[in-house]
Design a binder for this molecule. Structure first.
Ligand code: F6P
Length: 323
């Protein structure tokens, strides 16, 4: 391997730039050439590739988003699209790829790697924290802190008006942001997809008299067809319990923005650097993760679509602290 291509794909996440910097600098440090691929897999099809030197990644560790841009590329899901991508890779003399992204991006990487027998290393870059085999994904900690700050602000209104707020947070099919955001912000409850089929979380909440010692309440709701989302839950409460003064707030894309926290910068720097070690060790088709503070290599097949479990102790902690 002489030349490494790097791209970011799927939803942007704070810390992706720190990862780009770490991969680029570690690669150059080890004697590789680096090519930056713009707009994710789309850039491989449309041939948007430039050589990256160490200065290309100066002054970006503190920036949210991704300087390489990102996209969700439908064409790459077709065999024809992937063939075009492979042709571009050959044309640029790229011998290995580092892909920074979430579940969908690593799924694309897995298919491409096996189709063309091409070495790819994945880095978990998503605010959702839904990749199996790593304790945290790049961007998750920053999004969690953003959620906490937003809930702190909404609490002022909730308390002053004595209202019940349903605050919807991102996470796709996972409840990590909702559950940990609720604990961090001192919310009364979190409604998460992981246990939605086991219990009617809303009924349980109301039956337990979750406002017994309080005049206002905040419930974090994970976006997901399984929870139904904050709007639907609020409608249910309005119909079934007209006594409550209910409001909904959907935090949306502000959760994906902002300067990464120290924790995300360090995580991205360690993972990015480890991606190059992995290539030097002839690893391929693995995602780099961190488990118990140690770098681990997780095969793509394990990392993706694997229903990473939530820690049930957190649910108990939240319940106990919201009395
Ligand atoms: O995967 C990150 C994420 O922000 C999810 O939490 C959310 O469901 C989705 O992306 C939103 O995607 P888009 O920005 O394409 O609407």
């Amino acid at each position: 391997i002489k030349t490494i291509g790097i791209l970011t794909s799927g939803g942007d996440a704070p810390g992706m730039n720190a990862a780009i910097r770490a991969v680029t600098r570690s690669a150059i440090f080890s004697g590789f050439k680096v090519k930056g691929i713009y707009r994710g897999y789309r850039g491989l099809i449309t041939n948007e590739i430039v050589e990256f030197k160490t200065q290309n990644v100066s002054n970006i560790i503190q920036m949210g988003g991704t300087i390489l841009k990102t996209a969700r590329c439908k064409e790459f899901e077709t065999a024809e699209g992937r063939q075009l991508a492979y042709d571009t890779i050959r044309q640029h003399g790229i011998d290995a790829l580092v892909v920074i992204g979430g579940d969908g991006s690593l799924t694309g990487a897995r298919i491409f790697a096996s189709e063309f027998n091409f070495p790819i290393i994945g880095l978990p870059g998503t605010i959702d924290n839904d990749l199996f085999g790593t304790d945290k994904t790049i961007g998750y900690d920053t999004a969690l802190n953003t959620i906490m700050e937003c809930v702190d602000k909404i609490r002022d209104t909730a308390t002053s008006h004595e209202r019940l707020f349903f605050i919807e947070v991102m996470g796709r099919d996972a409840g990590f942001l909702a559950l940990n955001g609720a604990i961090a912000a001192g919310a009364e409850a979190a409604i998460i997809p992981e246990i939605s089929t086991e219990v009617d979380q809303l009924a349980e909440l109301i039956q337990n008299g979750f406002r017994k010692s309080k005049n206002s309440s905040i419930v974090l709701v994970a976006e997901s067809p399984v929870t139904g989302g904050a709007m639907a839950l609020a409608e249910r409460v309005k119909n079934e319990y007209p006594g409550y003064d209910v409001r909904v707030s959907i935090l949306g894309h502000l959760q994906r923005g902002g300067s990464p926290t120290a924790s995300d910068r360090i995580l991205a720097s360690r993972l990015g650097s480890a991606a190059i070690d992995a290539l030097l060790e002839d690893q391929r088709n693995v995602m780099i993760g961190i488990s118990n503070d140690q770098i681990v290599y997780v095969p793509f097949s394990k990392a993706i679509k694997n229903d990473k479990p939530i820690n049930r102790d957190l649910l108990n902690t939240l319940r106990r602290l919201s009395i």
